[in-house]
Write a protein that binds this ligand. Structure first.
Ligand code: GLY
Length: 570
């Protein structure tokens, strides 16, 4: 089974650099053109083909995301949601296509007889928020796309219709999620034929998804959110105890938002605002680190690791005050106020502060009220997109809607499902993030764009609560320590999220001496659980482009040189 025939023909005919498929985790470097980094080679190839056909960064980002919805079913999606930060010329904006709680959602829906029932917010369609991706991708393209919509959707149609080769990674994901997937006959018949995941290298065709994508290419979101497909999603959801309706799907709207804008370490940055906490955590951490002269400390010394852990401890404590911007208990302006960051920075001593002694500071206007995937794209004009999309857990709630050909998310678990109950990322969340109909659940996703003069960096990652800390470390490696992009992405990382009060350490992130000293200062150190993955692209001031996929992935990165003629095969 081919990497889709047309797609491969485009690559071979149009793009000299890419006659060979992009290597997993490769870090190609060229001047001019465009660059894409994502979690799957077929998806990166779709983005590169669209750039080669004269598309801009938004066209390529949408094509990549839709291709991921086919070839990366554990996280790429039409049944989930996400966020994108976009820089077109000098203008930056952010699209929120996060899922919302269905109209019939209630704060008690994840309790049984008064006790928390944590499985219900993770498994089966009761866990599904209203998908935002179908409207989100279309809206991104409507506002900024250059190529016709059908041409941007075409690579995904082709991958679903003509087939793709099951990657080793997706095979492993299917195997590790097999008990979830086996609970739904609709899912098992497609993804566990004969009770087993297809072996790596198997050809996979998804005819229902191909039909859906063809209709989406013609009609846009109504092909999914109205009519027969929406009715089929409602039926599948009800069959397994869900409350998602066709009316919820039809009513969903994405929202353009002002990004979190801040300056740090001589760079301008734009990251995702509420309902993601990612940009706020990034900006608060940078603010605290700058106040404590982080960049002047020795790179592998204990001081940098200690300051990172203490900054994150405080930023994640304040996260508990956040929720949907329509009903949050604190705003970005409050949490990022210079006086507050001064105070947070001053609190940090030589020793670790136990998280029990770092409560979220109250603010004075309270209102009562995995598995993810990230892609980064830059085009030859320097326009950039950082886009993170998710089903939450791998394969979302596990239910694959046969008539639609996609999985529904389990994003309801990102709400505070019960007081004091950790979600699947171990996050303890606040009342600001309680469930209410139509509300968006708090996220940690942090698609981010940074620039300084002619240099531009677009990055972001997957990994739940570890997304902002992983994104920050790659950013610091690139902008403070001037690492080549592939080294910035690969370097081992640390993570702290307030509770549990643990500094998670990837092998190689700390020397033995630094680890000993951190323990002496009162840090509890544990090997990292789960591996956040960051995909990034960068344009240097001389126009050189880099693309780096996280070697923990594997992902796929590719650069298209400027000399490539526009290719118009789709
Ligand atoms: N579903 C993970 C997040 O949004 O943070």
């Amino acid at each position: 089974m081919p990497t889709s025939g047309l797609l491969r023909a485009v690559l071979v005919a149009g793009l000299g650099l890419l006659c060979a498929p992009p290597l997993p985790g490769a870090d190609p470097v060229a001047t001019g053109g465009g660059a894409v980094a994502s979690d799957e080679a077929d998806a990166t190839a779709a983005g590169i083909a669209v750039l080669g056909a004269g598309g801009n960064a938004v066209d390529a980002a949408v094509a990549t995301a839709l291709a991921l919805a086919v070839v990366h079913p554990e996280a790429g999606n039409l049944g989930g949601g996400g966020f994108a930060v976009v820089r077109m010329g000098n203008a930056v904006t952010a699209l929120d296509f996060r899922e919302t709680a269905p109209a019939a959602a209630t704060p008690e829906m994840f309790s049984l007889h008064g006790a928390p029932a944590p499985e219900r917010s993770k498994v089966g369609p009761l866990a599904a928020g209203v998908p935002g991706s179908p409207a989100g991708y279309r809206e991104l393209h409507r506002r900024f796309g250059r190529l016709p919509w059908a041409q941007v959707v075409a690579p995904a149609v082709e991958l679903a219709r003509d087939g793709f080769v099951l990657s080793e990674r997706t095979h492993r994901s299917l195997r590790s999620s097999a008990s979830l997937l086996a609970r739904f006959p609709e899912t098992a018949s497609v993804w566990l034929p004969g009770g087993e995941p297809p072996p790596p290298g198997s050809p996979v065709r998804l005819p229902a998804l191909a039909r859906l994508l063809s209709a989406y290419a013609e009609e846009g979101p109504p092909a999914i959110t109205t009519g027969e497909v929406a009715a089929a999603i409602e039926r599948a959801s009800r069959r397994h105890g869900g409350v998602l309706t066709a009316a919820d799907l039809t009513a969903y709207r994405p929202a353009w938002r002002e990004p979190i804008r801040f300056a740090a370490f001589g760079w301008e940055l734009a990251s995702m605002p509420l309902p993601s906490s990612g940009g706020i955590i990034l900006a608060a951490s940078c603010g605290i680190l700058e106040r404590r002269d982080w960049s002047r400390r020795p790179r592998d010394g204990v001081a940098r690791a200690h300051l990172l852990a203490e900054a994150w401890r405080r930023a994640f404590a304040d996260r508990t005050l956040l929720g949907d911007p329509a009903s949050t208990w604190a705003t970005a302006e409050q949490l990022l106020a210079p006086a507050r960051l001064d105070r947070r920075a001053r609190e940090i001593g030589r020793r670790a502060t136990p998280s029990t002694r770092v409560p979220p500071y109250p603010v004075d206007n309270r209102r009562e009220s995995a598995e993810t995937t990230h892609l980064s794209v830059i085009d030859g004009e320097g326009n950039a997109v950082a886009l993170t999309t998710t089903l939450n857990g791998a394969f979302g709630c596990g239910l694959f809607v046969p008539e639609a050909g996609f999985f529904l998310n389990n994003e309801m678990d990102d709400f505070t499902t019960a007081p004091g109950q950790a979600n699947q990322f171990g996050l303890i969340q606040g009342e600001a993030n309680a469930i209410a109909p139509g509300k968006r659940m708090l996220s940690s996703m942090a698609p981010t764009i940074a620039w300084r003069g002619g240099e531009i960096l677009a990055l972001g990652g997957r990994g739940g609560s570890k997304i902002p800390t992983a994104t920050l470390q790659v950013l610091l490696n690139a902008v403070v320590d001037a690492d080549p992009l592939s080294a910035a992405v690969a370097r081992p990382r640390l993570h702290h999220q307030w509770l549990p009060d643990v500094l998670a350490v990837e092998p190689g992130a700390l020397s033995e001496a630094a680890e000993r000293q951190l323990r002496r200062r009162g840090h509890t150190i544990e090997p990292v659980k789960g591996t956040p993955k960051v995909n990034a692209v960068r344009r240097l001031s001389d126009g050189t482009l880099e693309a780096a996929a996280d070697p923990r992935g594997p992902g796929s990165a590719a650069v298209i040189p400027p000399a490539s003629p526009p290719h118009r095969s789709f």
